[in-house]
Design a protein around this ligand. Structure first.
Ligand code: PLP
Length: 381
């Protein structure tokens, strides 16, 4: 098998880090010299900065985005046996977080155009046990805060936002992570704000949630060697926080670059609409931070998706699928009792989506090349 030189990678972290290498090296060296690797000064500084940037009072760093959901839900008072609504069209960690908190994930359908949770369909899932909703701001686009707040108020639910893909995303005057009782973010390296390893954070305006997080992430100990609840070890490393603090300053510009890249894709891809190929709809305009740029293929092309990806790869263009199997059809979650056909919109989306290269710094000629090759491959498919 021949490997072709990559002309347009799916993400390019080297490109992102190269210009800020000195700043990052200095930040790391500061932590190394100080030696406060766990719950150190740079973590507090980053937590303050991230909370401020996200428009909330508190932010508590944890070991991953998955832990942010698990511990964040527990800090919000979610208990074993509670039902928590979550879209089936998400990365599996949204569901894992709910299960690890002891709750029961109640999967919901998504909207065909935005791929976000369908709140009208979710209304039918409400039972006396429903305690919370975990809306996922998928691909960098926020679920409408006004609709969410209305939904939560009507059914007396806690909102816990899965903001893993939407750092500093905005809509309707809200910043991602500031809409609900609390929210979880991931700092997985390829996220809009990524660490040099794993990391996550919980944001909240609620002091009691923040206090609970301080304890839960630190062995359930509000003070040293005094354990009042079943906690765990899940802290964001000081070194990661120091790196993230440097990167946070660049995030607004990077998000803007992603949004502009998406607009250029939208423009160049317009002719493909005639072939029934559409980008996922942007209903939030400038506030969409485009963690991913995703197309819906027509049914003929969807059946040839693997071949299209292979041909793109041969031209040096990396693509992805986010995500190929909806959560309700994942083998490990069979015990939840869902079947093929339960969520037809999400199932069709999973079969027909294609993620194009997207990262801060992707150039216009690269985008032109992606669209040119894709258009050619589609026509000859
Ligand atoms: C929507 C969503 N939720 C949760 C997570 C979990 O984050 P992590 O990988 O940091 O545990 C991710 C990313 O991986 C994600 O994309």
């Amino acid at each position: 098998m021949t490997t072709n030189p990559v002309k347009v990678p799916f993400v390019d972290l080297k490109l992102q880090h190269q210009p800020i290498k000195t700043e990052i090296d200095t930040a790391i060296a500061k932590v190394v010299n100080k030696g406060d690797f766990i719950l150190g000064q740079a973590l507090s500084e980053f937590e303050t900065a991230f909370a401020q940037a996200s428009g909330v009072k508190y932010a508590l760093g944890v070991a991953s985005g998955t832990d942010a959901i698990t511990l964040g839900l527990r800090a919000c008072g979610i208990k074993p046996g509670d039902e928590v609504i979550v879209p089936t069209n998400t990365f599996i960690a949204s569901v894992i977080g709910i299960i690890q908190a002891g709750a029961i994930p109640i999967l919901a359908e998504c909207d065909r155009n935005t791929a976000l949770i369908d709140l009208t369909a979710a209304t039918k899932l409400i039972t006396p046990k429903t305690k919370a909703i975990v809306p996922v701001h998928l691909y960098g686009q926020m679920v409408s805060p006004s609709q969410l707040l209305d939904f939560a108020q009507t059914h007396n639910l806690i909102i816990f936002e899965d903001s893993a893909q939407a750092h500093l995303g905005t809509t309707e005057g809200y910043i991602a992570g500031s809409v609900g009782k609390a929210a979880g973010f991931s700092f997985y390296p390829s996220k809009n704000l990524g660490a040099f390893g794993n990391g996550g954070i919980v944001t909240t305006n609620d002091e009691s949630v923040a206090q609970k997080m301080v304890s839960l992430r630190n062995y359930g100990a509000p003070k040293k060697y005094f354990h009042t609840e079943l906690g765990t070890n899940s802290r964001l490393d000081t070194i990661q926080a120091a790196i993230l603090n440097v990167k946070l300053l660049h995030l607004p510009a990077w998000n803007q670059q992603r949004n502009q890249a998406a607009q250029y894709y939208d423009l160049l891809l317009q002719p493909l609409k005639e072939e029934d190929i559409f980008p996922i709809t942007n209903i939030t305009g400038e506030g969409h931070v485009y963690h991913l740029y995703i197309l819906r293929l027509n049914s003929h092309l969807a059946s040839k998706r693997e071949q299209i990806q292979q041909q793109m790869a041969e031209k040096g263009i990396q693509t992805g699928i986010h995500y190929p199997i909806p959560c309700h059809l994942q083998p490990a979650y069979k015990y939840l009792g869902y079947q093929v056909g339960d969520f037809p919109v999400a199932e069709t989306l999973c079969e027909s989506i294609l993620s194009l290269p997207m990262y801060a710094g992707i150039t216009q000629p690269q985008i032109e090349l992606v669209v040119e090759e894709l258009s050619y491959i589609i026509k000859t498919c």
